[in-house]
Write a protein that binds this ligand. Structure first.
Ligand code: NDP
Length: 245
């Protein structure tokens, strides 16, 4: 039996990339998993099928995390489908390069999805998440380590969720709900392909000399979701091949 046997989990943005890897890993460890996705229905079906192949029940709910009302409704609907909630993973996120002297207007969208979506989802889930539950946010090493120009708004959005997590850890401690942030460095996904234009420069900065894999983030998320993380709350954990060392 897995570490998450019988648990009920939500992974936002679970159709592709890191979120899909986390959803599959939580299912492999015994959890039923509901994912949200923005628009890629085909990819969402693949994740749900993989959850089913692991012997667990999967659900997919389409919702734009950047629309607070839609996000709150989706989280509520996912909890209804699961019949409860133990683990909430905020993974849905967007990336943009936005230099201060070349503002492309992406600041508002970054904060809507990466910050306000996390706030709205947690607010909807908090009254219903089981005592002893978990909230895990996928932040970024960019929260504290700006690795190149144009990353100010993205990094600030990820610093913002680290701040939210510290506060929520205190708000929810009395119920035994642990709140933490996983801060990846460059991970090979559609957002940041290891063979993409940004990759050459990023790769040189990583002591381990390679991009991370979604499964490596999923392993940390599964640990934080499990009973083994019982004394960890209100913190951020870098998982970046040494990038920010
Ligand atoms: P991808 O772009 O590969 O996948 C994004 C996933 O999130 C998809 O499932 C997508 O759904 C969903 N999504 C995107 N926007 C929204 C939205 N507005 N509402 C709901 N769902 C949404 O990204 P990654 O897997 O690379 O990134 C996942 C998280 O990890 C993000 O928060 C990102 O900031 C963070 N991160 C990524 C790093 C990297 O190098 N890849 C490094 C550090 C942090 P759909 O399939 O429907 O489009």
């Amino acid at each position: 039996t897995g570490r998450l046997e019988g648990k009920k989990a939500i992974v936002t943005g679970g159709s592709r990339g890191i979120g899909a890897a986390i959803a599959k890993r939580l299912a492999a460890e015994g959890a039923d998993v509901a994912i949200t996705y923005a628009g890629n229905e085909e990819a969402s079906k693949q994740t749900v099928a993989a959850i089913g192949a692991a012997g667990r029940t999967g659900y997919a709910v389409q919702a734009d995390a950047g629309d607070a009302a839609e996000q709150a409704t989706a989280i509520g609907a996912a909890i209804d489908k699961l019949g409860g909630l133990d683990i909430l993973v905020h993974n849905a996120g967007v990336f943009a390069i936005n230099r201060v002297d070349q503002d492309d207007g992406s600041f508002d969208r970054l904060f809507a999805v990466n910050v306000a979506g996390v706030q709205a989802g947690t607010a909807a889930a908090a009254p219903r998440i089981a005592d002893g539950g978990r909230i895990i946010i996928i932040g970024s090493v960019n929260a504290h380590h700006s690795i190149g120009p144009g990353l100010a708004p993205y990094g600030a959005s990820k610093a913002a969720v680290a701040g939210l997590a510290r506060g929520w850890a205190r708000d929810l401690a009395a119920r035994g709900i642990l709140v933490n942030v996983v801060q990846p460095g460059p991970i090979d996904t559609d957002m940041n392909p290891a063979d993409g234009a940004m990759a050459v420069g990023f790769q040189k900065m990583i002591p381990l000399g390679r991009y991370g894999k979604p499964d490596e983030i999923a392993a940390l998320a599964a640990f934080l979701a499990s009973d083994e993380s019982s004394f960890i709350t209100g913190t951020t954990i870098d998982i970046d091949g040494g990038l920010s060392s």
